[in-house]
Design a protein around this ligand. Structure first.
Ligand SMILES: *Cc1c(COP(=O)(O)O)cnc(C)c1O
Length: 443
């Protein structure tokens, strides 16, 4: 064995020798962003809506939709999307168990509940085959999450939704600018909602956006928490008597420093997203056929493309590496100089918030307080959601197409794969719990 092949974790040389510089710096902030933020500050316009409405206009044009509505964060935009779809007391939504909690948790605040579905082990998005048998007579919507940037398989989901008269809510928080068979994510279902917070791919500060072509969904979403815009422009007769006060008692307006920075970020987003895509695809191309690791991206020629690559992950196949745990694999890759964290979000259906918590003092768990059936999963399980964490790891989130550097990072993964036998004896295995309830992305 040459010295080059000794893993860095065992004292060998590192695969990554170039300093990352700004390779992972995000968002990219220039004087243009600074000027936009300062303009709002100096004008004292932090709390208005003029810049936000311009940002909404930009967003409408970007996604080619009729309506866009800004929010203070993505969580609020998702709650408004649910309300927009008519979800209320006793209703159910179907949501994948593997996602960030905000995809579904605010259903509680509407008096509704969540039936969790399993994910597909390849796409990591909701499994279309695990939806239909979860539909009850109070089910109103399916929440689809384009998880880790991967466009969920929308066609069969839309078919199920049409058949059962359900709305489809797309949570685009991980996948801004992604494409499903030629269609832009967020515009395929009835309504799209997304986080634009500083860690996401389209990163502008604390903010969220809702997009739809449905005027009724738009107006209901607005009525819930945009009091000063809930005005005489409203066409929905059922809403008109209540103009002027937010129906939900919420205040969901976007901070205008966010919308000002958002306008600048959006202007550059397609070009930056394209460069991220080129860099990430090169990384996976370099690792094609390497044992133990496999890309999480749509197949070439499918017409579908990752959006943003937020918190991007790779599939891990321990059986190809003598059973080496993903935990030990990641430790070794990190020692080579490449960021790599095992796991993903923990399955939501196992958290006590969705089992026993009585959030609003109903005298019984909120999950079933208003429902006409118990949708908790006691005897059955979601096998993919419960085991997937041992088969995933984060990959470096390149922001620039620099082939020579990307090669070094790919080599870190390749080197650990090729020399996995050096690690088997010292492998402590995976801990009982891997991953977190919240999203995590260390770099
Ligand atoms: C970040 C995120 C949200 C929530 O957005 P915030 O802006 O943080 O409120 C919702 N869904 C998913 C999948 C997310 O990752």
């Amino acid at each position: 064995m040459s010295d080059q092949q000794v893993l860095a974790i065992l004292g060998g040389p590192k695969a990554v020798t170039t300093e990352p510089g700004d390779m992972f710096t995000w968002p990219i902030i220039t004087e243009e962003d600074e000027a936009a933020a300062l303009e709002v500050l100096r004008r004292g316009a932090m709390s208005g809506s003029d810049v936000t409405m311009q940002f909404e206009d930009d967003f409408r044009k970007w996604l080619d939709v009729d309506y866009a509505l800004g929010f203070n964060n993505g969580t609020a935009s998702l709650q408004a999307a649910m309300y927009g779809c008519g979800i209320g007391i006793g209703d159910e939504i179907i949501c994948p168990s593997i996602t960030y909690w905000a995809s579904c948790t605010s259903a509680y605040a509407l008096g509704a509940t969540v039936a969790f579905a399993d994910i597909d082990p390849v796409t990591l998005c909701i499994d279309p085959k695990d939806i239909e048998h979860r539909i009850g007579d109070r089910t109103k919507a399916i929440v689809v999450v384009h998880y880790f940037g991967y466009p969920a398989d929308m066609d069969p989901i839309l078919e199920i939704a049409r058949k059962h008269n359900l709305k489809v809510i797309e949570d685009v928080s991980h996948a801004h600018g992604g494409i499903y068979k030629g269609r832009k994510l967020g515009t395929i279902g009835d309504v799209g909602a997304m986080s634009l917070m500083a860690g996401k791919a389209l990163a502008i500060g604390e903010a969220g956006m809702l997009v739809t072509n449905d005027r009724d969904i738009y107006e209901r979403s607005l009525a819930l928490g945009h009091y000063e815009r809930f005005d005489s422009n409203i066409q929905n007769e059922a809403l008109k008597p209540f103009i002027g006060l937010p129906l939900g008692g919420y205040k969901f307006r976007m901070h205008q420093i966010s919308s000002a920075v958002g306008r600048v970020q959006l202007k550059h987003y397609d070009a930056r997203n394209e460069e991220i895509g080129r860099a990430m695809n090169l990384f996976w191309d370099l690792l094609e056929g390497v044992p133990g690791v496999a890309a999480h991206r749509p197949e070439k020629g499918s017409g579908s493309y990752m959006g943003g690559w937020y918190a991007a992950r790779g599939h891990y196949k321990p059986e190809e590496l003598g059973g080496l745990s993903v935990t030990r694999f990641c430790e070794a890759v990190e020692a080579e100089g490449a960021p790599c964290t095992p796991g993903c979000n923990l399955p939501l259906h196992q958290h006590q918030l969705f089992q026993t918590a009585d959030v609003y003092g109903a005298g019984q768990p909120t999950r079933i307080a208003n429902a006409n059936r118990d949708v908790r999963l006691w005897d059955t399980s979601l096998p993919v959601s419960e085991s997937i964490t041992a088969n995933l790891y984060s990959i470096p989130w390149f922001k620039h197409y620099r082939p020579e550097e990307i090669k070094q990072y790919a080599n870190a993964f390749r080197k650990v794969s090729e020399n996995y036998k050096q690690l088997l004896e010292t492998d402590p295995g995976n801990p009982v719990k891997m991953g977190g309830w919240n999203m995590f992305n260390r770099r």
